[in-house]
Design a protein around this ligand. Structure first.
Ligand SMILES: Cc1ncc(C[n+]2csc(CCOP(=O)(O)OP(=O)(O)O)c2C)c(N)n1
Length: 342
């Protein structure tokens, strides 16, 4: 059966609108601390999570909010949790990184790689108590350097556990590129541990959906885990307010904030030799320049834009759907904010 693109697009669009609304709350100062969004991951989230059934488990990383939305967690409780409100999903104590919904068997963690053992544990329990159920772990490619995730892949393979390992590879872990910290090839790593690999374009929701279906069928029928390797782009970089992006988006406002202290540091009398300080400055400028020229944030890499193109033939249906979803998200945010002290 082919994927229902309309249904998948509606999920992706809702995730995007929801995260945009969360971003606004954060920019308005209503959410404290860091905020990691999954903007750019929507095709992976919709393609995989839409296929889960009751009794399946979901273990997420620090970008798990949209996946919980698709899984059916009450969005008002989610927003209240992000706001730190006692009426939030976890009493306002978890924030966006440590979310838990017992009825959905869904959990997230800010500890990089922790979704591996959580999903593998769920998988082991399912094998004994609820055959046919599966567990999904979402994580970034940086997590593939965490021992506990590699141990999870190993155990899932040797015990043939029903676990889908979904690696959302955006090529960056905060400011480190994949190539600067990861040796070898991730697919070979998974295969070396006995886990079959499906490599997919994480911007293409049909591709993700089809691969996830294959992996889920394998897992449900007792054939063990699969490593889904999906490439994607994070449009907000590591987290909201990421400094390099801020400089690219608002150079006039941001540059002086960086340039003034940097100039002081370079010109001051003591400290490292001048040439070393200059080399540091060159590194900073090169990072800004790389961000300016980074082609990955172009529209062509946006999973929403790519899917929308395929549905544009029926523009009125598309726009009506988008308007409905926008209203729905506005309503969620307004409901969550009722009673929040201003
Ligand atoms: C065990 C652990 N080490 C380090 C960190 C700090 N940290 C938070 S996110 C992150 C990068 C993770 O990169 P990746 O797994 O590729 O996910 P992405 O943020 O790119 O989605 C790091 C190192 C952490 N939270 N947990």
């Amino acid at each position: 059966m082919p994927p229902d693109l309309w249904q998948l697009y509606s999920l992706m669009f809702k995730c995007r609108r929801f995260e945009e609304a969360v971003a606004k709350l954060w920019h308005d100062g209503l959410i404290s601390g860091e905020m990691h969004l999954g903007t750019g991951e929507e095709a992976i989230v919709a393609g995989v999570v839409s296929l889960l059934q009751e009794g399946d488990a979901l273990a997420l990383d620090h970008r798990g909010t949209a996946a919980l939305l698709v899984r059916g967690v009450d969005p008002v409780l989610l927003v209240r949790e992000l706001l730190g409100y006692p009426e939030g999903l976890c009493g306002g104590r978890g924030g966006h990184m440590h979310l838990f919904s017992q009825p959905h068997l869904a959990v997230s963690s800010g500890i990089v790689g922790a979704s591996g053992p959580a999903a593998t544990g769920f998988g082991l329990a399912a094998q004994y108590q609820n055959p046919g159920a599966v567990a999904v772990a979402f994580f970034g490619e940086g997590a593939m350097n965490q021992g506990m995730l590699l141990e999870s892949l190993n155990l899932a393979a040797v015990w043939q556990l029903p676990v889908i390992f979904v690696c959302k590879n955006d090529g960056w872990a905060i400011t480190s590129t994949d190539g600067s910290m990861t040796a070898g090839d991730l697919n070979e790593r998974a295969r070396g541990l006995g886990v079959p690999v499906i490599e997919i374009d994480g911007r293409d929701v049909s591709d993700v959906w089809q691969a996830a279906q294959t992996a889920l069928e394998r897992a449900r029928s007792g054939q063990g885990p699969t490593f889904l390797h999906a490439r994607c782009v994070h449009f907000e970089a590591h987290f909201l307010g990421f400094q390099l992006l801020r400089m690219v988006r608002h150079p006039l406002r941001e540059m002086p904030r960086v340039a003034v202290p940097l100039t002081h540091a370079i010109l001051k009398k003591d400290g490292e030799p001048f040439r070393i300080r200059l080399a540091g400055l060159r590194k900073v400028l090169a990072a800004v320049w790389r961000t300016v020229r980074d082609p990955r944030r172009g529209l062509a890499h946006d999973p929403l834009w790519r899917t929308r193109r395929l549905l544009r033939a029926d523009l009125s249906r598309l726009q009506a759907m988008e308007n409905d979803l926008t209203r729905e998200v506005d309503h969620i945010i307004a409901s969550a904010l009722v009673g929040v002290p201003s």
